[in-house]
Write a protein that binds this ligand. Structure first.
Ligand SMILES: NC(=O)c1ccc[n+]([C@@H]2O[C@H](COP(=O)([O-])OP(=O)(O)OC[C@H]3O[C@@H](n4cnc5c(N)ncnc54)[C@H](OP(=O)(O)O)[C@@H]3O)[C@@H](O)[C@H]2O)c1
Length: 322
């Protein structure tokens, strides 16, 4: 199949691209920065894989005219683009809902039939966070599109280049304490990026996934505190967890939301919408996706060792006594 992939330069997108190529699909990646376009390294290495499995086209999913022609000749779309923090025109409404509508319009124009949508666990009508509200509206657009759609809703995704485990692991390397907003007792069900992408790539060849909205979560339901403990254990470290009142967290997040975009031209590393999400459980039903896509799930605490221990192998030994 020839697959139009959005978000190919991101954490999930890079693994999706790897698995799509490994499964023999051709990929057209929509990228907004041509210098970051993924390269077809398989052909350079002289393997049996046919050349030109990837082609990249410039496109900003917020600008419909930039997408014109992107889906031409494609059989399916995997739409991954999303944000966790807003900056300038990259609002939740724009990047989740309007962008989905823009890419859907291009898919329909090019008569692409198949669509796999990246959503998120916790997405529902009347969700408390704007992240989940806009993911819900995007899902509704996809379900009403008339295409052969599948909506996948992962929980927290982890993997060697993730944004969450690595953030806290990075803090634990230098900071004597780890900050936790609130009591840290909300539940998460982390899932590996490899398994998330197995679902996306597997769905292309699985007709039973058409018209399905499915949770994609791991085998463990862990509190935020337990997730932090697992990270520290994997690194062989001990750190004090400092629980900050949510009222203080909200003030801190509001400040970061103002300062980061103005001074650093970056989205804030913590925002008030994330705090809303952190206060609710984020768990789902792992079984339907496990069965449909033949997933083998590893335990979170064991699985993160493969990359947390690799990152600072020399330090691990001396840090055991921390
Ligand atoms: N990570 C998780 O734990 C998690 C959990 C559940 C659901 N999800 C969802 O999974 C998806 C991917 O997440 P991720 O962690 O891989 O995020 P990520 O690393 O931040 O990647 C986001 C991707 O979207 C692209 N993008 C953003 N705005 C764009 C625009 N206007 N036009 C074109 N491309 C644009 C980025 O391109 P650039 O490289 O140009 O910035 C990047 O390729 C998102 O929809 C997210 O909501 C993630």
């Amino acid at each position: 199949m020839k697959v139009l992939l959005t978000g190919a330069t991101g954490f999930v997108g890079r693994e999706a691209l790897r698995q799509l190529l490994a499964a023999g699909h051709g990929v057209r990646a929509v990228v907004r920065d041509p210098t970051r376009a993924p390269q077809d390294s398989s052909s350079a290495q002289g393997t049996d894989t046919p050349r030109r499995l990837i082609d990249a086209v410039y496109g900003n999913v917020l600008q419909p005219e930039s997408l014109r022609g992107a889906a031409e000749g494609c059989d399916a779309v995997i739409h991954l683009v999303g944000i966790i923090s807003e900056i300038s025109e990259q609002t939740f409404e724009n990047v989740h809902l309007n962008a989905t509508n823009n890419v859907l319009a291009e898919a329909k124009r090019a008569r692409v039939k198949r669509w796999i949508q990246m959503s998120a666990l916790g997405t529902r009508p009347n969700a408390v966070s704007r992240y989940h509200q806009t993911k819900w509206s995007a899902e509704e657009s996809v379900r009403a599109s008339g295409l052969d759609w599948t909506v996948l809703r992962p929980s927290l995704i982890y993997g060697p280049e993730d944004h969450f485990v690595n953030l806290f692991a990075g803090m634990a390397r230098w900071a004597p304490v780890l900050p936790v907003m609130g009591n840290g007792e909300s539940l998460l069900q982390p899932v590996s990026v490899e398994n998330v992408c197995r679902c996306f790539v597997g769905a292309l060849a699985e007709p039973r996934s058409i018209s399905q909205t499915m949770d994609v979560c791991g085998p463990d339901r862990l509190t935020f505190n337990q997730v932090l403990e697992a990270i520290l254990n994997a690194m062989g470290k001990r750190r004090l967890k400092v629980h900050l009142p949510l009222s203080l967290g909200r003030i801190q997040a509001a400040l970061l939301e103002t300062i980061f975009p103005i001074l650093l031209r970056k989205a804030a590393p913590l925002n008030r919408d994330q705090l809303l999400m952190l206060q609710e459980d984020n768990v789902g039903d792992a079984r339907p996706a496990e069965e449909m896509f033949n997933l083998t799930q590893a335990r979170f605490a064991e699985d993160i060792r493969r990359y947390l221990q690799q990152k600072a192998p020399c330090k691990q030994i001396s840090q055991r006594a921390d």
